[in-house]
Write a protein that binds this ligand. Structure first.
Ligand code: ZN
Ligand code: ZN
Length: 410
């Protein structure tokens, strides 16, 4: 606590020993029971049980999404989102509460499942913040909408909740807040003004050739040579077509073709992931990918290729006024040195859709989850991503409370 902190206000919201234990147990339980995107059935049931226990009205939304509405008299309404899904990763943290869970991908593949992005810390922090808001009802007034969103990792969940009438069924908030754990020192938070996280577009490209014997290339069209040319040429988009002062990423993450070394196959299929921070850059990269794929196919004398959109994430934009307000409040609660401004990131989030659906501002920040800072820490989506329990959870809880209390009347 620094001199800039407002001890009297936040001290009321300190956890007692029992609440601390409930928080840690909930985290370990969630961590041991991760579920794949849009299949968060156990998590949703558990959240309904917890909200019931706290006496918070709630409803299901978007399949496995859960919304709690904490009404506490007159005053502003604020929404806070925690995402609930895990990832198809075999956990290798060695933690005593490590996941042994398995799940089934939409294509039927059986996979190990892990809370490899730390969404369990988000859920635990928001549940704990709700518990404290209920306990300290006379310290604030207004309405808090608690959004437990499924399917962040597939960019399906926020849209599913909006499509399922989230904002017809919950009161419209003045802003939507959210947070994400990341590899930095626990106890710290960082936020960005303006574009905070990149838009992402994923494409599946199929280029076609003509099948032939490996010894007789003249009788066919080789889709592997064609595909390889496309992959190399795509690298020129960021290097040669986008201004060096702008940001974009073009990654080919999968490439599949052929079954045997002496058969020229009839097709090659690869997936492209594109990141950008500005709409015009996004349009420029998408157009360049399409132009290159089609032109290379033509250059090979190959049939027309297909380009399918798999999914996209919008740019996650932090409203500058709202973000300043949150930053000042977080500096007050966590200390100035522990709440800082940072650069935008090329990672992506579907969080922004919740706010853009009703045209209200949103603010999203990161909180540290490790006992130190450092480039050698495991990153989100790594099998070694195992945040320390404390002070990660206390910080996530305090940061959530700080943001919420900044809006609802004290
Ligand atoms: Zn993730
Ligand atoms: Zn995540």
């Amino acid at each position: 606590m620094t001199e800039t902190a407002a001890p009297s206000a936040m001290d009321r919201f300190a956890l007692d020993a029992q609440e601390q234990q409930q928080m840690e147990e909930l985290y370990k339980e969630l961590h041991a029971h991760p579920e794949l995107s849009m299949q968060e059935h156990r998590t949703a049931e558990r959240l309904e049980e917890l909200l019931e226990e706290l006496g918070v009205e709630h409803f299901r939304c978007g399949g496995t999404g859960v919304v709690g509405i904490l009404r506490n008299g007159d005053g502003p309404t604020i929404a806070f989102r925690a995402d609930t899904d895990g990832l198809p990763i075999a956990e290798d943290t060695g933690l005593p509460y490590a996941s042994q869970a398995r799940g089934t991908l939409p294509d039927g593949t059986d996979v190990p499942v892990m809370h490899g992005c730390g969404h369990d810390t988000h859920v635990t922090s928001l549940v704990t913040a709700a518990r404290l808001l209920v306990r300290e009802r006379d310290a604030w007034s207004g309405t808090v909408v608690l959004i437990f969103q499924p399917g962040e990792e597939t960019s399906a969940g926020a849209q599913a909740m909006v499509d399922d009438g989230l904002w017809d069924r919950a009161p419209r908030p003045e802003a939507v807040l959210g947070q994400h754990v990341w590899p930095d020192r626990a106890g710290t938070v960082q936020l960005t003004l303006g574009p905070a996280m990149a838009a992402a577009d994923s494409l599946r490209v199929t280029v076609f050739g003509e099948q032939s014997h490996g010894s007789q290339p003249q009788s066919g069209v080789d889709p592997i040579v064609l595909g390889a040319s496309v992959v190399m040429r795509l690298q020129g988009i960021v290097a040669r077509e986008i201004s060096p002062l702008k940001s974009a990423v073009v990654t080919v993450g999968t490439f599949h073709a052929g079954l045997k070394e002496n058969i020229i196959p009839d097709r090659a299929e690869f997936t492209v992931n594109i990141r950008s921070l500005e709409d015009d850059v996004r349009e420029q990269v998408l157009a360049a990918v399409e132009r290159i794929v089609r032109a290379e196919a033509e250059a090979s004398g190959a049939p027309e290729p297909t380009i399918e959109k798999m999914y996209d994430f919008p740019v996650n934009h932090n409203d500058e006024d709202a973000a300043h307000r949150v930053l000042d409040a977080l500096q007050g609660t966590l200390g100035e040195a522990n709440a800082t401004l940072g650069p935008p990131r090329m990672g992506s989030e579907d969080f922004g859709r919740l706010a853009t659906a009703i045209d209200v501002p949103s603010v999203f920040w990161f909180f540290g989850g490790f006992d130190r800072a450092g480039d050698d820490l495991p990153v989100n989506h790594s099998p070694f991503f195992g945040p320390v329990i404390e002070p990660t959870l206390t910080t996530g809880t305090r940061a959530a409370l700080t943001g919420i209390l900044e809006w609802v009347g004290r």
